[in-house]
Design a protein around this ligand. Structure first.
Ligand code: G3H
Length: 489
């Protein structure tokens, strides 16, 4: 058991003596199913919120603090110290990724290694940015040296599906650009931060990074209400993002960096390579059980190939092995949210009552912490699964005759992150790309949707995102362009 009894504030790991909350895993360590108790975390509220706000505000000191005015090379040294310390925690963090969120061993290791690589790449990009900033350029008689400066105090909230990697894709650029940060880990994927607390404490000046625990409404709300937050950086759902923004007393002053929901479609054209399309749609819909904002969440199959596609796709889904995250070769693993199987069941019942069928044999089979992936066909707009981001193992399929049908649906959708397009004829595909890039921010040709490699911009249109992440873009998102000018006398 891990009893997390300290939080990070003012550069100290301060002992928490108040109430605590239990952290459970949906994975059972007993034969007669019972969730496993993993440990406890502090249940924090308003007074802890006040403390971390004070700590971050003082460290920023209206832009005059040690951190925002520190030389770039010194900030880099701190970040290098942090990543060196972090690397020693790999096995511990990977263990918690498996137990807390049910991520498979290879994917947990990948999440850790990708994060380390992300930090090194961020450092390199930051050096490059600084080199470019350090030059005067002349325009219309004025010499100017453009620099990038911090924005202030950042509140960072990450998601449960990538509690390390995506959270750090906010935290690391925010810190390195000279901001000070308050971070509250996700509800599932919280204990894995414990092995990193000392690395944070020992790497950065006091108050640069502050870590609190507790429910959003108890601790994140008072932080926002303080009016001292300059940037809300959140990856999660729109509902929380809107609620938090609304609590800020001066919204004009608040900058937003948000990664939100998506309903990425795959469009499978009549001439698509079916083997490839089926394989990519399997990984696209079901890697990490579909709990990815980039997952394929609805499939549009051309009516001329639907019978064959559906049959082969459903068989492949049924063949996917389910097991605990550390078991060799597993594809499907327990769902970390205990209530998720019930939500998925509701979507299935709603769709089947309105005319869809579960077309794979094992679809909807329940265990205590899982519901086997269901391939639902045919879908229509009356069904909840057409509109809601299922974020779990359900694959809705509909057919189309004319390509304009999925394009119209995408244009009407509230989301606009990515699309996958499967087809062979470049004469059909090329003109489609020009339309698709206006509907979403990434068009994947003959491949499933994904965020990486992290050098490419990661964003979305409409309700899917505000601001752009990726190594290069995040450094810019967490900073503002300023410049020093001198006249040519
Ligand atoms: O949940 C959303 C993540 O950004 C997905 O990232 O495509 O690397 O799995 P990924």
């Amino acid at each position: 058991l891990l009893h997390q009894d300290a939080y990070l504030v003012d550069g100290e790991l301060k002992k928490w003596t108040g109430e605590t909350s239990k952290v459970f895993s949906t994975i059972s360590s007993t034969e007669n199913y019972a969730p496993t108790l993993l440990g406890t975390i502090p249940t924090m509220g308003e007074s802890a919120a006040d403390e971390v706000v004070k700590s971050a505000v003082e460290a920023y000191d209206k832009g005059q603090g040690i951190w925002p005015t520190m030389k770039v090379s010194d900030r880099i040294k701190c970040m290098e110290h942090f990543v060196a310390q972090m690397k020693t925690t790999r096995s511990e963090v990977v263990k918690y990724l498996m137990w807390e969120i049910g991520k498979s061993l290879p994917d947990s290791e990948k999440e850790f290694d990708r994060t380390v690589e992300y930090i090194y790449d961020t450092i390199e990009d930051y050096k490059q940015l600084d080199r470019n900033n350090a030059r005067f350029t002349k325009s219309q008689g004025v010499n100017a040296m453009v620099r990038r400066g911090p924005l202030g105090v950042v509140l960072c909230l990450g998601p449960y599906n990538y509690p390390l990697n995506e959270t750090f894709s906010l935290l690391i650029p925010a810190i390195i650009m000279g901001n000070t940060v308050i971070f509250k880990p996700a509800k599932h994927g919280v204990l894995l931060i414990s092995p990193l607390l000392e690395a944070f404490r020992s790497s950065f000046p006091k108050g640069v990074i502050n870590i609190v625990y507790g429910r959003g409404r108890d601790v994140a709300s008072p932080i926002m209400k303080s009016g001292k937050i300059d940037v809300l950086a959140l990856i999660g759902n729109s509902k929380s993002a809107i609620a938090l923004q609304d609590q800020h007393p001066n919204k004009n002053r608040l900058r937003l960096i948000l990664g939100l929901e998506a309903k990425n479609p795959a469009i499978i054209l009549a001439d698509a390579d079916l083997d490839l399309a089926i394989q990519e749609c399997i990984t696209g819909t079901l890697s990490f059980n579909g709990q990815r904002c980039t997952a394929l969440k609805i499939l549009y199959v051309h009516e001329s190939i639907a019978v064959e596609f559906n049959k082969r796709f459903a068989e492949k889904v049924d063949a996917l092995p389910f097991g605990n995250p550390w078991e060799k070769g597993v594809s499907l693993t327990p769902l970390p949210e205990p209530e998720k199987p019930n939500y998925i069941r509701e979507l299935l019942d709603d769709a089947t009552a309105k005319g869809a069928k579960i077309i794979n044999t094992k679809g909807g089979e329940r265990t205590e912490n899982y519901i086997f992936p269901s391939v639902l066909y045919p879908i229509n707009k009356e069904m909840r699964v057409y509109h809601e981001e299922q974020f779990g193992p359900v694959i809705p399929i509909l057919t189309f005759k004319d390509i304009q049908e999925p394009l119209n649906d995408m244009a009407e959708s509230n989301y606009g992150q990515q699309v996958s397009l499967f087809g062979r004829d470049i004469k059909t595909i090329a003109p489609l790309i020009d339309t698709l890039v206006n509907l979403v921010c990434r068009v994947n040709l003959n491949s499933s949707c994904q965020r990486g490699p992290d050098v490419y911009p990661f964003t979305g249109r409409k309700d899917s995102a505000v601001g752009t992440l990726s190594i290069h873009d995040a450094l810019r998102s967490f900073s503002i362009r300023t410049f020093v000018a001198s006249k040519d006398n």
